[in-house]
Design a protein. Sequence first.
Length: 427
Amino acid sequence: MQKLKIAVIGAGSTYTPELIEGIINRKDALNVSELVLMDIDKRKLEIVGALAQRMLAHGGLSCGFKLTEELTPALDGADFVFVQIRVGKLPARVIDEKIPLKYNLIGQETTGIGGFFKALRTVPVLLDIAGEMKRLCPDAWLINFSNPSGICAQAVLNYTDTKMIGLCNGPLGMQKIPEWALGLKLSEVESDYAGLNHLGYITSIRHNGRDYLRETLFGNDEILNKLDGSQGHSKEIIKLAGGIPSGYLSYFYRQRHNLEKLLEAKTSRGEDCMVIEEQLLEMYRDTGLCTKPEELSKRGGAMYSEVAVSLAESLWNGGGAVHVVNILNKNALDFMEADDAVEISAKVDKNGASPLPLKAPVSRHIKSMMRTLKTYERYTVKAAMDGSRDDALRALASHPLVGDIDAAAACFDEMLEAHKAYLPRFF
């Protein structure tokens, strides 16, 4: 079996043990010869790296292992590059969450004006990594988990020729809805998934010739009642949308409710994560710990390794497994442009991911949501690359969670100053 090198960029993340666990679990399918963990944060890299090394030994995976603060040795000769960066670390996330609240705007890590600023910081760095991959490992796959994953995919797939796939663990959880809500065996279910990252929908659930989801749109209240609460959405929202929305769409469908919750909260999610992260790092320091601690689930990393490493296995060994990924639309969705990065089911083999055409109609509402957010994403990529205030405001004016141009402009200026160190293109 051909040997492979895996590089993890942003490996000081407390999520990394999830990834290491996935690599260990698939050691027979992926013949890893070298694993390099890279991060610019030396303290976190050494703590997480030491745990990773103990996990590998405990899991019986013997391979070359290296920690580095430099990109070049990590990328040189790599076959897979897993990227999980957070430019500005968690303190930048806290700024993204808290400043918007002063303007009665939702502050959130991946959507709205908070997610917008995360994109501005992340896209240029990710494009730089893709550029270095072209020089050091031109045939490698870039598998990105960095948020906002969809916008990152939109940038890399349109402005580089790096082989790249964007990932999120959310769709994997959504795919289990037919089992727990309708009592159907997942192995016997076919479903359609369409959307953008954190703006995705299940649009069809087919089993033995029936489309259960379509039936709800034509008055089957029994099925609709069973789907009530899926991804935190009421049956009314599911019926109106014409599909089961991802959990993140709560920010759109219940905007006022979520804004009130954020305004009332004593701490932001970023501040909570800072506490959890330090608790995890203290736990990771225990030299007796050699497996992923259960407490990591509090950080929101459930199924992360399964999504990431199973995708790598499909790319490395072939087989044509179906994954929900962020890739170029091409001609899969006729209501989106060919160069739109979309989140969709795709067949994955050694040649990459090929989007699967949907087998049931998509509601006009979902089409409208996707096209509106794609306009926002395209302007965001332009602003991130060019440092254009005009394109930044065009993006924010297009976003349903922002809209008001006066609030957007004032909030943008304050956040731009707060993130000045990470946004040189604007200065």
